[in-house]
Design a protein around this ligand. Sequence first.
Ligand SMILES: [Zn+2]
Length: 372
Amino acid sequence: MRWSFHICTIAGTEVRIHATFLLLLAFVGWQALGQGAGVPGMLEAMALVCAMFSCVLLHEFGHVTAARRYGIRTPDITLLPIGGVARLERMPRHPIHELVVAICGPLVNVVIAIVIGTFVGWPKSFTPEVMLSDSLGFWQVLTNWNLLMVAFNLIPAFPMDGGRVLRALLAMIVSDYAKATRWAATIGQTIAVLVVMNMVLSSRFQPMLVLIAFFVFFAAGQEASVVEEEEAAGNMQVGDAMLTEFHTLPSNAVLREAVELLLAGTQHDFPVLDEDGTMMGVLTRRRLIPALADHGPGYPAQLIIEPCAESVEPRMSLVQAMAKLKASPCPAIPVIDPITEKMVGLLTAENVGEALLVRSALRQRMKAMSAS
Ligand SMILES: [Zn+2]
């Protein structure tokens, strides 16, 4: 994620923090100072935010640890002001696995709340007035924060954990992952619409809730379309969707050569190969254009290529390769023949999209023919 900084690496998962989180921290400190709390008050307010986000981080590690049990790695977790994002290599497809991975995050918050709550006492009631009151101490706020995180994450809508729990439960009943996702997405969207309608009818407008409802509505739609895309890719292989006619650049190429290729065809990203034909990286359009303005057309292409550690094989399943492509910072992944070790194709999101469109058109044609 752009604008995020490395903090540490725990058990193979990099922890990153987004720059806007530091803004939040500064804002909270400034607000405490403004309310006349002095420097100790400012430090306490900032420590509280850090403690709250440590709970978010532990929540994410709940998911990460559960996912690891099923052989799914998590390259990184990013802390944002709205919460944490753990980038799992892939989502578990087995309903029970997904259920366990989804539930282990909120479970961590339950444990934290029980531990702190046992020592400092529980809230007198669970109404928003009591839970979010201004007069609470450090540890009480932390207990309530963990309880709120559990409640929020168990809302049965994507992208909350509750949405994944719901999908896993539905998948156990209908044993069709795509159908379960569609149902779960529709339920999440219905909840979002009902929340907004209720607010309009009762004329109690809460901007934060509207924002969350919109977020949920679009995230649910996106989740359903991703799964549908994967479903369309079904039994396709990389070889069915890769670009086979593409241009490459030699290691000593200059930007001018890339510009000529860019203008002559539809390819945006060009693999740069060394003398042995091994790929050194990809010269992308997003880097080419600014470099052209900064350094001119005679600048060596090699100096601005994006390194591409990933590669795929022609017989690899397209679903697996799409996950690799999404996780990779490179917009194009080389397809390497495992026997000759030569590059035989290029996998780009654009080409995969086109291959899926063709596949779905052919499927519709087949359906129409079998119906008539
Ligand atoms: Zn979670």
